[in-house]
Design a protein around this ligand. Structure first.
Ligand code: F6R
Length: 585
């Protein structure tokens, strides 16, 4: 969702601001803008559409300066147009603001600012912050005092970066339930919502704590709590945690990330056994266990639930993070929340975790993007170390989550088993050509169904989600046994059905369901280790232990969605309307 960059430097920064925005594009956005302090005045260029469009506008009307802010917007309040794009500027032109999040009380604030004579130009919630700042600064407050006063007025969630033309060497940053960090450079500082905003330039960063107001100068950073108390901070070195994302020879990041899975699975399954043991112990001692997650992380959690049940004899429940309120009454001191999030920033997950913490739950976090808010909020955390996932669709993070849950549940896994899983995933990748030819068969379909039982059901959901996201095709994952309870009515001549059918305990029942579909004209695409007379098409997966199938099945499903999307010329790494980090409700 919205990407934020703010920079205070000693040289002209406009090219860096635009480059920074390009690196944040993967978060998902629909408009972009920059503002710099140019000759003592704030000048803004903003456009609906891509950063390329912004860069074009910038070329014909360049703004320069050593102080500036830049933003990619994912619309929440107000349509997608040039005016609603950030930055937003105060009436006196002395304040410019960029924001990620939602100011919930913006309507009241806007009415009272209007009554005082402020003119609003946009439909956004953010613009109130520019006008409020103008009023506070006019009373003679410095930037830190302005931030502390704003914090008392604003309700909702925000990461804000604010510039003021009377403070040419400082930026104000504020965060409340939204990520914000500072890149520490040689003689410059960069605020960003994501380390990608500055990682190509500096590997030193301060992860600002939540509920803080900060003022950054070129060589200085002051951080205070929202209540005004000074806060210590640590400068961390990112070099080891992350790397610079690079597509290598792949056409898309998504394809590269799919191909990285033999390595990422190996990494998570061989990581710190002490951490895995601690996780397992906390689960064993829990009175109640809830997985809390969204999207692909939710599907991985469904597998976590099955592994915990089968290997540890533990009952758990999996809750969609956005639905946690229906179960909140069960959150208490004996409850463990396993919070699963690739980004570690999904607003719904963080809200559920906050609610859990208030009621005394222990939080076991599973994140890939570290450091992140979820990591900081967790009592125990496992970092998946799958490496930066740039493609918006989750791929390697999904299999790393599944592999982690299997490692936690099954304490007898040895290195030989781990290596055999990684090899089997490579074998699955080797089916890419066969998958490509099936993609050609299904690309013109209007609906595609994915069917599976047991551990294959979450895979059916995940395969369908990938198809929707990447290829924009209507797809549904169905529990094979549910077919007769409704979905069978959807099958007509030529409807493709992906039958996830490994040789595990679900095989025979699933094949029968497949044949019911075929009898009604459906086209059966089997994903299995052995072919079957009923399949019209077949994707071979390696023969592995039943517990390993989710990992080897995920790969051809990801490839199928990828190659279908490629044939349909979809925007694979950045699907329309979607964002990598879903930081609003
Ligand atoms: C699916 C996808 C999304 C995410 C969901 C949760 O490919 O990318 O559905 O899985 O937004 O995101 P995280 O795991 O970052 O909490």
């Amino acid at each position: 969702m919205c990407g934020i960059i703010g920079r205070v430097d000693y040289r002209d920064i406009s090219p860096n601001l635009i480059e920074g925005l390009r690196r944040l594009e993967y978060r998902g956005y629909d408009s972009a803008g920059i503002a710099t302090l140019d000759g003592g005045k704030i000048r803004v260029v903003k456009r609906a559409g891509t950063v390329d469009r912004l860069a074009e506008a910038f070329r014909s009307s360049p703004v320069r300066g050593t102080l500036g802010i830049a933003h990619t917007r994912w619309a929440t309040h107000g349509g997608v147009n040039d005016i609603n794009a950030h930055p937003h500027v105060s009436c006196d032109g002395k304040v410019a603001v960029i924001h990620n999040g939602i100011i919930e009380n913006f309507a009241e604030l806007k009415s009272s600012l209007r009554r005082e004579g402020h003119d609003f130009v946009s439909e956004t919630d953010t613009e109130v912050v520019a006008h409020l700042s103008e009023d506070i600064l006019r009373e003679g407050d410095d930037l830190m005092q302005t931030g502390l006063k704003l914090a008392k007025m604003l309700k909702g969630q925000y990461a804000l970066v604010i510039m003021n033309s009377d403070n040419p060497e400082r930026l104000l940053g504020m965060r409340h339930n939204a990520p914000l960090m500072v890149g520490v450079g040689r003689n410059y500082s960069v605020y960003a919502s994501d380390v990608l905003g500055f990682i190509d330039e500096t590997k030193r960063a301060v992860f600002l704590e939540d509920d803080t107001v900060s003022v950054a100068e070129r060589n200085h950073l002051e951080v205070r709590s929202l209540g005004g108390l000074p806060r210590d901070y640590k400068v961390v070195d990112l070099a080891e945690e992350l790397g610079s994302p690079d597509k290598k020879n792949f056409e898309h990041f998504t394809l590269k990330e799919i191909h990285e899975q033999p390595g990422s699975i190996l990494r998570i399954m061989k990581q710190d056994p002490g951490k895995v043991t601690l996780f397992r112990k906390q689960l064993e001692e829990a009175k109640r266990i809830f997985f809390v997650a969204a999207g692909s992380s939710y599907h991985a959690s469904m597998l976590g639930k099955i592994y915990l049940s089968e290997h540890m004899g533990l009952y758990s429940d999996v809750i969609l993070a956005s639905e946690y309120r229906s179960y909140e009454r069960w959150f208490d001191e004996g409850t463990v929340l396993v919070a699963v999030s690739q980004s570690g920033e999904t607003m719904d997950v963080l809200e559920a975790v906050r609610a859990g913490k208030e009621k005394g739950c222990s939080i076991l976090g599973v994140v890939n993007h570290a450091p992140s808010s979820l990591e900081r909020m967790s009592d125990t955390v496992v970092n998946l170390r799958a490496g930066q996932e740039v493609g918006v669709a989750a791929t390697k993070s999904f299999t790393s989550q599944v592999a982690l849950f299997y490692s936690i549940a099954n304490k007898d896994i040895d290195d030989l088993e781990v290596e055999s899983i990684s090899r089997a995933v490579s074998d699955s990748l080797a089916q890419e050509e066969a998958v490509k030819s099936i993609a050609r068969e299904i690309a013109s379909s209007k609906d595609i169904y994915f069917l599976g039982r047991g551990k294959n059901f979450p895979l059916a959901l995940e395969g369908a989600l990938k198809m929707k996201e990447l290829a924009y095709l209507h797809a549904e994952g169905i529990a094979a046994g549910e077919l007769k309870h409704g979905p069978l009515a959807l099958i007509e001549k030529g409807t493709p059905l992906i039958l996830i059918n490994p040789d595990d305990e679900t095989h025979d029942d699933t094949i029968s369901n497949g044949m019911e579909v075929k009898a009604r004209g459906g086209v059966l695409i089997g994903v299995a280790p052995d072919t079957h007379g009923g399949y019209d098409y077949f994707i071979r997966i390696p023969k592995v232990l039943p517990d390993h199938y989710p990992l080897v099945v995920a790969v051809p499903l990801q490839l199928l969605a990828y190659h279908t999307a490629r044939l349909l010329r979809a925007n694979i790494d950045k699907p329309r309307n979607l964002a990598k980090s879903v930081t609003v409700k």
